[in-house]
Design a protein. Structure first.
Length: 120
């Protein structure tokens, strides 16, 4: 019983530590194209809005390509809250303006999205 309680406390401590760590990076606002990762990385094919929606619904990460050709994975800016709402799904394969925190690690770039809107 004592081991089980210690194990439970350790798991809770680790979980709390993971949730408590906020991403550290630079706050940015960028305009670019939002699409699915599968069809837009090497080996994929340019696809339609409906294809991108299906890819994202199937679990593919959302890709954001800025005006300079930089690629970023888009992530939810809030713990346990989905990034892609029905309104945002409609913005796939179009130009959007994203505000959030850019983070980089081991060659991967991501944006924790705080705000996303159709670009004007």
């Amino acid at each position: 019983m004592k081991k089980a309680v210690l194990l439970l406390m350790a798991v809770l401590l680790l979980t709390t530590t993971c949730w408590a760590q906020a991403p550290k990076g630079k706050e940015v606002t960028m305009t670019g194209m939002m699409s699915c990762t599968f069809c837009n990385l090497p080996g994929g094919a340019k696809c339609t809005k409906e294809c991108c929606q299906s890819c994202v619904k199937a679990g593919d990460p959302v890709l954001f390509t800025d005006a300079k050709g930089g690629n970023y994975i888009l992530l939810s800016g809030e713990q346990m809250k989905p990034l892609m709402t029905p309104e945002r799904m409609e913005m796939l394969q179009s130009k959007v303006t994203v505000t959030g925190m850019v983070v980089k690690r081991d060659g991967l770039q991501a944006i924790y999205v705080k705000k996303m809107e159709q670009a004007k």
